[in-house]
Design a protein around this ligand. Structure first.
Ligand SMILES: [Zn+2]
Length: 329
């Protein structure tokens, strides 16, 4: 078990691993060495995705990504690869994969989909990156599906004017209208179960302290767990997305294997939708039977941050369940 923890430390020590950077290359080189040490056959595809094949049923893959966000933590992505290698090594079955450049838009898994050389099944262990399991006091969850993501901008128009001479009564202030819009977006998402919407950027023009705002552009990131609620949310927010990834469901067969592996340990099989995108979502959208196992995040569920933490005991349990589920696929 200490091998998994040591390997996470070694990968984290490489620092920020932005997709296709020297540091991501170094992470792939490290994992390649461990794959060879395990006696698996190494494949690196044209996009740099790394695959370690056992030679038995290696159309069943498990893994994740090795790249990170700037200032990211020790577990996001890396846990799924290190644990995946452990699971394949223990079972001498299946293949482990490390996809490239996930954080900036899943370039590696998208390229693999474009190549058409896909596994039949894919199972990904990942930290939850949220507080649900922490609050439920449970270590593991089976991901039911991966939320759809829609992004776009909404423009609000007003009339510029002198901040000192234009009476309040006659104003058309674009930023005041945008503030109301942001509250409406927040309310719309709150009314749909499992939906979230975020305004993360506001641009104000002309952007002077003594001029009434004439034009405001707000960014919107809206997510919901299934196609019905996804469309309902987009309509409610009034968004015309310029980026849109549909929600995907996880496979019944892979979920069943996870269910058996979890309940065999007398743990509850908690279902949880993923609000974050993952390589499993890309492969699922391409028709691969996918499943994901979430393990509890500590420190309030923080992720994409150095405080990202999962306990050693939860890591150990997650590796066992992953290996067991892989054996059932
Ligand atoms: Zn990740």
């Amino acid at each position: 078990m200490s091998r998994v923890l040591d390997r996470l430390d070694a990968l984290y020590a490489l620092g920020d691993k932005i997709g296709y950077s020297e540091q991501e290359d170094a992470a792939h080189a490290l994992v390649r060495g461990w794959i060879e040490e395990a006696g698996l056959a190494v494949e690196v595809d044209d996009s740099g995705n790394l695959i370690g094949r056992s030679g038995a049923d290696d159309d069943v893959w498990t893994g994740s990504h090795l790249d990170s966000v700037p200032g990211g933590g020790k577990y996001d992505g890396m846990l799924g690869v290190v644990a995946g290698l452990e699971a394949v090594d223990r079972n001498r079955r299946g293949a482990v994969v490390a996809f490239r450049d996930e954080e900036r838009g899943c370039a590696g898994s998208l390229a693999r989909v474009a190549s058409g050389k896909l596994p039949r099944r894919y199972l990904e262990l990942h930290i939850e990156q949220g507080p649900v399991l922490l609050e439920a006091e449970q270590p593991l969850a089976i991901v039911t599906g991966i939320a759809g993501v829609a992004r776009g901008e909404i423009e609000v128009h007003g009339q510029a004017g002198h901040a000192g001479t234009t009476p309040m009564a006659g104003r058309s202030d674009a930023l005041v209208a945008a503030a109301e819009l942001i509250l409406q977006i927040c309310d719309a998402a709150s009314e749909i179960d499992g939906a979230v919407a975020t305004v993360g950027r506001v641009a104000v023009e002309p952007g002077a302290v003594n001029v009434i705002p004439e034009r405001v552009v707000v960014s919107v990131d809206a997510r919901a767990p299934d196609p019905e609620r996804f469309q309902e949310l987009i309509d409610a927010v009034g968004l015309e997305p310029d980026y849109r990834v549909e929600p995907v469901a996880m496979s019944d067969a892979v979920r069943a294997a996870l269910h058996e592996a979890i309940t065999a340990r007398d743990l509850p099989a908690i279902g949880l939708a993923s609000g974050a995108g993952h390589d499993a979502g890309i492969l699922a959208a391409a028709g691969v039977e996918c499943g994901m196992l979430f393990v509890r995040s500590l420190n309030g569920g923080v992720s994409h941050h150095a405080d990202e933490l999962t306990s050693d005991a939860d890591v150990e349990l997650a590796v066992d369940v992953l290996a067991d589920a892989l054996a059932r696929l």
